[in-house]
Design a protein around this ligand. Structure first.
Ligand SMILES: *Cc1c(COP(=O)(O)O)cnc(C)c1O
Length: 366
């Protein structure tokens, strides 16, 4: 079986370091907002940019929700996001009482289409959430230009693109706020749930640190309405170790992606487009292909794991569906029928990738 993701080898490689760090936290009996969390926040921010500030939180969904909340939006305010993304991107907007407005994507990059973004702006639009999907950064120059001209805040959803670059600058350092998930399957994953928000604005950073901890700076004095959304010390300790290896892991993903590009070049499938301005970190290696559902079934029968991210765009989800308001989005609706993500993880071997390619070839030969 070639799984879409295999975490076991990374665990084996780092086992000694990880177990020592976790044991140290357990023995310290300091489990929440201690030294590991503080150090992780500093190291994660520094790894991005000397001016970045980091607030760690309980998961990526909370990161998005608290980022939207930090902008003080009210009911009726609109936030534009791509429709072709994970539910959390838009759920975070809706949960704050603001309205998610769905824009179309570029069929080449699968990322937010600047023209569609422009078309969706109304007098009520307050912010944009861009998603660096599958590990490739959005064309930020175009987005930031639209944001500036329309006075909109920008939140980056970097859940799938930790370490990705746009014009040699790290994703997560372009917007007013940037949100991360450390769910175990992400490029930087912990051993449970985790998330973080990055900003260069000390005021926003201070507000986020209050929001995640019941709205208080000082315990039992609550200045704003917050919540409980904290990263715990064990997860922070794990993340500090994995962060040291992340550039290498991302490089291994890129090499695996190049192998696939080569192995699939003669087949009737389309390999992911690489924007020359971007350093793609291949959270997913996502092809588009004819007869996608049948190919996926065939691969399963050949013991090859493949997944569809995402089969239904958000503007068509029951939770958001409002036929009057959610206009069709042609590229999202086409792409969702064609995408298929193949097994990729830093330790995948060339032999495994050859097996994946052979299985795809055998499907189209029949
Ligand atoms: C994983 C993910 C999230 C949510 O992160 P959780 O930690 O699972 O809450 C948000 N946005 C995108 C694009 C993701 O891939």
């Amino acid at each position: 079986m070639i799984p879409i993701l295999d975490l076991s080898q990374q665990y084996q490689e780092l086992q000694g370091e990880l177990e020592e760090a976790v044991l140290k936290v357990m023995r310290s009996t300091r489990y929440i907002l201690g030294e590991e969390t503080q150090k992780f926040e500093q190291e994660f921010a520094q790894w991005h940019d000397p001016k970045a500030l980091c607030t760690s939180v309980a998961n990526g969904t909370d990161a998005l929700q608290l980022a939207v909340r930090a902008l003080d939006l009210k009911a009726g305010d609109e936030v534009i996001c791509p429709s072709f993304t994970f539910i959390a991107t838009a759920g975070a907007i809706a949960l704050t009482g603001a309205t998610p407005v769905f824009a179309d994507i570029s069929p080449q990059t699968f990322n937010l289409d600047p023209q569609s973004l422009q078309d969706k702006i109304t007098p009520n639009t307050k912010a944009i959430i861009v998603v660096h999907l599958y590990g490739q950064a959005v064309d930020m120059d175009l987005i930031l230009d639209i944001a500036r001209r329309n006075g909109l805040k920008v939140i980056e959803d970097v859940a799938q693109a930790c370490g990705a670059l746009y014009k040699n600058q790290k994703a997560g350092t372009f917007g007013d706020l940037a949100c991360y998930s450390f769910f175990p399957t992400k490029n930087l994953g912990c051993m449970g749930d985790g998330g973080a928000i990055l900003t260069a604005d000390p005021k926003l950073d201070q507000k986020l640190k209050m929001l995640r901890n019941h709205g208080s700076k000082e315990r039992y004095y609550h200045e704003i309405l917050g919540t409980n959304s904290r990263l715990d010390e064990i997860q922070a300790a794990v993340l500090r170790i994995k962060l040291k290896h992340l550039d290498r892991f991302n490089q291994q993903r890129r090499e695996a992606a190049s192998n696939y590009d080569r192995l699939l070049s003669e087949l009737p499938v389309t390999s992911p487009y690489r924007d020359p301005n971007c350093h793609h970190v291949f959270h997913q290696y996502t092809i588009t292909c004819p007869q996608r559902d049948q190919l996926k079934e065939h691969l399963a029968s050949q013991q090859v794991g493949a997944m569809i991210y995402y089969p239904v765009s958000l503007h068509q989800q029951n939770t958001f569906l409002d036929p009057a308001e959610n206009a069709p989005l042609a590229h999202c609706e086409k792409v969702q029928q064609e995408v298929l993500s193949l097994p990729i993880f830093p330790e995948i071997t060339l032999q495994q990738q050859e097996k994946v390619a052979r299985s795809i070839a055998s499907f189209y030969q029949n």
